[in-house]
Design a protein around this ligand. Structure first.
Ligand SMILES: [Zn+2]
Length: 111
């Protein structure tokens, strides 16, 4: 079952088009297969970290990376969860063979 909700507006910020929260995907427009795959990878990450720890880890890592790069966007793209999602989003079969905690591997992000 896919739990996807298309809404007019997303909370927090306006510069993103989709977000995955607690296994539910919210977006401001229908997602392409690649975009949907990206969010489903986040859903898998969140599930295996039991949701709340995922968000705590995500925010802390973003903060640490911000201090490193002094740039929110650059920090965002270096968050391990985003690196895994961006690296594998085009591989629509990825979730079928993804190993648990796949973000622990050092995925190289295409620049
Ligand atoms: Zn993402």
């Amino acid at each position: 079952m896919k739990r996807i909700y298309v809404m007019k507006k997303l909370p927090l910020r306006r510069d993103y088009y989709a977000i995955c929260l607690f296994g539910f995907i919210f977006s401001v427009r229908p997602l392409s297969a690649t975009e949907l795959n990206h969010e489903l990878i986040h859903a898998a990450q969140q599930r295996e970290l039991l949701y709340i720890p995922f968000f705590i880890w995500y925010v802390i890592e973003w903060g640490i990376l911000f201090f490193k790069y002094r740039n929110w966007e650059k920090a965002y793209f270096h968050i391990r969860f985003e690196q895994e999602a961006y690296h594998h989003q085009s591989d629509l079969e990825y979730l079928k063979y993804r190993k648990h905690f796949g973000y622990r591997r050092q995925n190289k992000l295409r620049s």
